[in-house]
Ligand binder design. Structure first.
Ligand code: FAD
Length: 467
C-alpha cells in the first residue's frame, strides 16, 4: 500500500521529515489540499495565493524528478484527505505538524479518522526549530518575554537538515487520477494581471530560488548587523515568504548560517540574523499557546481602548492602506507593500504604529490589510507583531512609546532614498521629503491626515482613560 505525504506549509523536498519517512516505508503519493472551508481556517490573502500558485508548480516539478506524483485537491481537509486515502487504498499518511488552532483541529480529526480505518498516521516536527512544548521556563510555563526565551532556545542543539530523498519511490501516476487530482489552474490563485506582474517582478517562488536567496544573503551578511534596520538598503534576507511557505526549513537556514564563516568565529551580522529567526519561533510558540492571537488582546486592559469606528475611521483606514496619509514614510511603506507584497520590518513597525496610535484604528483591521497584501503573511507573525506594536502583546513595546514617523525616517532613511523611491511625488528638488505637509495640493500629494503631535496626545489620553 502507498503512503500519502500531505504537504501544507512545507513546499519543498529537502529537509522534509514527512517525505523522508514516507519514502523509507515504500511507494509515495504526494497530496496538497487548498483548504479554505474548515472551521476558522483563515482563507489566504491575494499575495499569498499568488505565491502558492508558483510554489506548487515548483514542488510538482521537483517531485516529478523524484518520480512522485502530486495530487492537488480543494475543499475541507477533514473530508478531502480521508477521501484520498480511501480512493488510493493508502496504508499510511505522513505530514509535518502545524501550530495554529484551526489547523491543529483539522489534523487531529484526520488522525482520528485514520485510527478508525487502519491507516497509519505519523506527524513530524519541521516548521519550527523546536516544538513549542519543548521550550519552557524553569516552572514549566511558556515564555512570555523574548530575551530569556531566546537564551533558552539558543542553548538548544538544532538537528541537522535531511537531504532530499532518492528518486524512484513514487506511486504509479494512475493513482493520482484515482485520487481525484485537480488542476490548480482552475483555482484562480493568480492575482489580477497587474498585481501578478508586480509580484513576479519582485520574487521568484520555489525551493531552488529560496536556496539561491539564502546563499546570496549569506555572502553579504556582514551588512546585516548595521544595515538591517535601514529600509533604504537591501540588507535583510527577504527570506520571509520562502520560510512562510516552507520552501526552506528553518533548520536549513540555521545550519547554513552557523556554518557560514564558522572558521572565522562567525560575525555580529550572523548572530543578529539568528535572533530574528528566534522571533519567528517566539511568535509561533505564542500562537500555539494563544490560538486567538489575531483577535484577542494578550493584555486585557486593551479591551477597554476606544478604537475609532464609523465612516471617518474607515476613510482613514483606506487612506493608510492606499499610501495616501500624507506622512511620507508611512505612505512609502504602504506603497512598497502594495507594489511588492513585502515591506521592510522597520517600516512595518512605523506604519502599524501610525494606524494604531495616531489614527487610533483597531490593530485587527491592520492585521487584515497585511494578511491580504503580504507574501509572507502568516497567522503567528502577523498577529504577534501587530500586538507587539500596539502594546497589547507578550513582551510588547509599551503603548506610550509612540513612533514618530518623521524622526524614524530621518534616522533610518537619512538620504530619503526609500521615501523618494516609493513616493515619487516627493522626489522634487528643493523640498525635505521627510517633512509632512510641505507640498501644496497641486503637487498631487495629500496633506497629512492628522497632526502628528496632536494625534499622539489623543492616543495617550485615550490610553490613560483605560486605566
Ligand atoms: P530578515 O531581517 O532577513 O529576518 C530573517 C527572518 O527572521 C525573516 O525572514 C523572518 O522569518 C524572521 N523575522 C524577522 N523579523 C521578525 C519579526 N519581527 N517577527 C517574526 N519573525 C521575524 N513576518 C512574517 O514572516 N510574516 C508576517 O505576517 C509578518 N507580519 C508583520 C507585521 C508587523 C506589523 C510587523 C511589525 C512585522 C511583521 N513581520 C512578519 C516580521 C518582519 O517584518 C518580517 O519577518 C521581515 O520584515 C521579513 O523580511 P526579511 O526576510 O528580509 O527579514
Amino acid at each position: 500500500a502507498v503512503t500519502v505525504v500531505w504537504f501544507r506549509d512545507d513546499l519543498r523536498i529537502t529537509d522534509h521529515p514527512a517525505l523522508d519517512a514516507a519514502v523509507r516505508r515504500g511507494r509515495v503519493l504526494a497530496l496538497y489540499v487548498l483548504d479554505e472551508d474548515s472551521a476558522d481556517v483563515l482563507p489566504l490573502g491575494t499575495a499569498a495565493r499568488w505565491w502558492l500558485d508558483g510554489s506548487l508548480r515548483s514542488l510538482r516539478a521537483s517531485l516529478a524528478e523524484l518520480g512522485i506524483p502530486l495530487v492537488s485537491r480543494r475543499g475541507p481537509a477533514g473530508e478531502v484527505v480521508p477521501e484520498v486515502l480511501r480512493r488510493t487504498g493508502a496504508g499510511g499518511i505522513t505530514w509535518n505538524r502545524r501550530y495554529g488552532g484551526p489547523e491543529r483541529a483539522v489534523d487531529a480529526a484526520v488522525k482520528q479518522w485514520c485510527a478508525g480505518h487502519d491507516v497509519e498516521a505519523h506527524s513530524f516536527a519541521a516548521a519550527l526549530l523546536h516544538e513549542p512544548w519543548e521550550v519552557r521556563t524553569g516552572t514549566g510555563r511558556p515564555y512570555r518575554v523574548f530575551t530569556p526565551f531566546w537564551k533558552a532556545l539558543r542553548a538548544r542543539p538544532v538537528r541537522q537538515p535531511l537531504p532530499a530523498p532518492p528518486a524512484g519511490r513514487g506511486a504509479p501516476p494512475a493513482l493520482a487520477a484515482a485520487a481525484g487530482d485537480e488542476d490548480p489552474q482552475a483555482w484562480a490563485l493568480r492575482a489580477d494581471r497587474r498585481r501578478a506582474e508586480d509580484l513576479g517582478a519582485s520574487w521568484t517562488t520555489g525551493e531552488a530560488a529560496a536556496w539561491e536567496r539564502l546563499d546570496d544573503f549569506l555572502d553579504r551578511v556582514e551588512d546585516y548587523a548595521e544595515g538591517h534596520d535601514r529600509p533604504d538598503r537591501d540588507a535583510t534576507s527577504r527570506l520571509s515568504p520562502h520560510l512562510r511557505w516552507g520552501e526552506l526549513s528553518p533548520h536549513a537556514v540555521w545550519d547554513a548560517t552557523v556554518r557560514h564563516r564558522a572558521d572565522q568565529g562567525g560575525s555580529p551580522g550572523l548572530e543578529k540574523f539568528l535572533t530574528e529567526l528566534g522571533w519567528r519561533e517566539f511568535n509561533w510558540h505564542l500562537l500555539h499557546e494563544h490560538p486567538d492571537l489575531h483577535r484577542r488582546h494578550l493584555r486585557p486592559r486593551f479591551d477597554a481602548f476606544p478604537w475609532r469606528s464609523g465612516e471617518e475611521a474607515a476613510a482613514d483606514l483606506s487612506a493608510w492602506r492606499e499610501g495616501r496619509t500624507g506622512v511620507p514614510l508611512v505612505d512609502a511603506g504602504m506603497r512598497q507593500l502594495a507594489g511588492t507584497g513585502w515591506m521592510h520590518n522597520r517600516v512595518r513597525m512605523v506604519t502599524a504604529s501610525f494606524l494604531v496610535k495616531n489614527l487610533m484604528v483597531d490593530w485587527r483591521a491592520g492585521v487584515g490589510v497585511f494578511h491580504d497584501a503580504l507574501v509572507d503573511a502568516d497567522a503567528a507573525n502577523n498577529a504577534a507583531n501587530w500586538q507587539w506594536v500596539a502594546g497589547s502583546g507578550a513582551d510588547a513595546s509599551p503603548f506610550f512609546r509612540i513612533f514618530n514617523p518623521v524622526t524614524q525616517a530621518r534616522r533610518f532613511d537619512p538620504e530619503a532614498r526609500y521615501v523618494r523611491r516609493w513616493v515619487p511625488e516627493l522626489a522634487a528638488e528643493g523640498i525635505d521629503p521627510h517633512e509632512p505637509g510641505l507640498l501644496g495640493p497641486s503637487a498631487g500629494y495629500p496633506e497629512p491626515l492628522v497632526d502628528l503631535r496632536a494625534s499622539r496626545q489623543r492616543a495617550l489620553d485615550a490610553w490613560a482613560a483605560t486605566a
